[in-house]
Design a protein around this ligand. Structure first.
Ligand code: KIV
Length: 276
């Protein structure tokens, strides 16, 4: 835990060593958050909040994450840091801001960390990112990796599908996991891979594995919050469980509001300012 001050009161935020120590321990709980009010609601229940570049699809209605910019991630990262007190905040590095060279990655990660106050950054990629991850970690930037289904590479990988059924592919994903863990990533998101492969990787590497569509064999779990609460239904992968139907509830509230406005029953007396 690291201590922050808030109106003189000490807040203990989950630190990177806290997360790293959860290998083979109590499962790590995490969800995505893009805004301060959502961060405030999720914070008491999560070890970390991920400001995922999924916000391009979920919040901005894009077709993929490829159009997400560094400024968008910084603005939302700052909002989530402001809205949370306890959870570690991790910010996704968007497409094109870290793949060119370790130096480019370092410059952009420094901006994200300095301008948001987040605890770590997440980068997608396997063996090809080894040099960059080492470069970042050696210079004080905690890195979370992301392997298996990598949404920023969906044009090359051929869309969204389960990974690791094929032996060669499974071996490559394992090599990706080893490479990123050995390069110093404290944790790796494993997305959309078969259970046996996720279990093998989790057993083998030092880094804490966070599964999304990768079974309960991982060291922790993450979901896109809007998927989990029924606020995003354009596309629901097999691995998503709906824990509530919040979208339906919002629709019902809006319908009630519209009815009362039309009937002039809202605003009522109690909602009006009057001369005393
Ligand atoms: O962008 C995102 O929300 C993510 C999670 C799905 C892990 O990378």
């Amino acid at each position: 835990m690291s201590a922050n001050m808030d109106n003189g009161k000490k807040i203990n935020r989950v630190s990177i060593p806290d997360l790293a120590s959860r290998k083979n321990g109590e499962p790590v709980v995490s969800l995505t958050a893009y805004t301060a009010p959502m961060a405030k609601i999720l914070d008491p229940h999560c070890d970390f909040l991920l400001v995922g570049d999924s916000l391009g699809i979920v919040l901005y209605g894009m077709d993929s994450t490829l159009g997400v910019t560094l400024d968008m991630m910084i603005n939302h990262g700052l909002a989530v840091v402001r809205g949370s007190r306890k959870a570690c905040v991790i910010v996704d590095m968007p497409f094109g801001t870290y793949q060119e060279s370790p130096e480019q990655a370092y410059r952009n990660c420094v901006r994200v960390m300095a301008e948001t106050g987040c605890g770590a950054v997440k980068v997608e990629g396997g063996r090809e990112m080894t040099e960059t991850v080492t470069f970042l970690v050696e210079r004080g930037i905690p890195v979370m990796g992301h392997i298996g289904l990598k949404p920023q590479s969906f044009n090359v990988a051929g869309g969204y599908r389960a990974h690791g059924r094929d032996r060669d592919e499974a071996e490559k994903i394992k090599e990706d996991a080893r490479a990123i863990s050995n390069a110093g990533a404290f944790s790796i998101v494993i997305e959309g891979v078969i259970e046996d492969l996720a279990a093998d990787i989790t057993r083998e590497i030092h880094a804490v594995t966070i599964g999304i569509g990768a079974s309960a064999q991982c060291d922790g779990q993450i979901l896109v919050t809007e998927d989990a609460i029924g606020m995003f239904s354009e596309f629901t992968p097999k691995f998503v469980k709906r824990f509530s139907e919040t979208g339906d509830e919002i629709g019902k509230a809006a319908a009630k509001y519209a009815k009362e406005v039309k009937a002039r029953t809202f605003p009522a007396d109690v909602h009006c300012y009057r001369n005393k």
